[in-house]
Design a protein around this ligand. Structure first.
Ligand SMILES: [Zn+2]
Length: 286
């Protein structure tokens, strides 16, 4: 049976999804991330009864001409297409960064389905973002198009990128913990605990949540001015708090965004945990 393979390379695991040509998920599984990622992927597919016609690969870092440099996932300046092709003997291979894969999954079959343009901000250890315009990922000339996690929003907090006050240093878990550390009551609480308190009406917790939502809305207002998408979609991290977060980002967005881009809707991501493999599979169709 002809099939498409979507591969999502992470620091500890490589997720693999097999899709039919209509993009229905047939099977998914994961293997450990080792020194030999592409050999392992190829081996894992050998006893399966598929004729894989194309491969999409999502990796955790910017991709330029199929090359990624991400030591955390055993990818040190690696040409992913060349390496995978060695083992699978097929050169129909497409490579993109994982934030863009999540964005493509949302655009094709998640919260952005049916929209011409959308952006997806994924909050995890850091903040990744992908922008899809007319069904295509906006990569930029250096592979970092849509990297809004590194928009500067404050004057404090050293980011892993070397800059100060990036969106991801402020609104991912570590940043929220830093803001919470200034309060004797909220210090040491998880993001979920703080959001739960805010939902129950705790004013101090709500003020913190409101601040984080403001920064996320600020980043959204910049994306809106640049690509004017129908929706900006949030997934992971504090956005898992649901309506209290999404509605609050929308509230701030409506206040600060340029009037001609105010039609943009703030939505919660719906593609779920398989977004990485789904987006990678769709990359083969772009
Ligand atoms: Zn940064």
């Amino acid at each position: 049976m002809k099939a498409i393979c979507g591969i999502d390379v992470g620091g500890t695991a490589v997720k693999i999804g097999i899709f039919d040509l209509d993009m229905n998920l047939l099977e998914k599984y994961q293997i450990k991330t080792t020194e030999n990622i592409f050999k392992d992927v190829s081996e894992s597919l050998k006893n399966k009864d598929y004729e894989i016609v194309s491969y999409g690969v999502g990796v955790p870092g910017p991709v330029v001409d199929n090359v990624v440099d991400c030591p955390n996932a055993n990818l040190k300046n690696v040409n992913v297409k060349v390496e995978l092709e060695k083992y699978v003997k097929n050169n129909n291979i497409f490579v993109g960064n994982d934030a863009n894969m999540a964005a493509l999954a949302e655009a094709k079959c998640g919260a952005g389905k049916g929209l011409k343009s959308s952006a997806t901000i994924t909050i995890g250890t850091g903040i990744g973002c992908g922008i899809v315009v007319d069904g295509k990922i906006l990569n930029g000339d250096f592979g970092a198009g849509g990297e809004v996690g590194h928009i500067k929003v404050t004057d404090e907090g050293q980011c892993g990128c070397g800059n100060i006050g990036c969106l991801e240093t402020t609104c991912a878990a570590k940043g929220i913990a830093h803001i919470a550390s200034k309060s004797a009551r909220l210090k040491g609480l998880s993001v979920k605990e703080i959001v739960d308190l805010a939902r129950e009406g705790d004013e101090e917790a709500f003020a913190l949540v409101d601040k984080v939502c403001y920064y996320l809305a600020y980043a959204a207002s910049i994306i809106a001015c640049v690509t004017n998408p129908s929706a900006i979609i949030f997934g992971g991290g504090i956005s898992n708090g649901g309506a209290i977060i999404i509605d609050n980002i929308q509230k701030h967005f409506d206040k600060i965004a340029f009037r001609n881009v105010k039609n943009t809707k703030i939505l919660k991501a719906t593609a779920g945990n398989d977004a990485g493999i789904i987006g990678a599979a769709y990359l083969t169709q772009c």
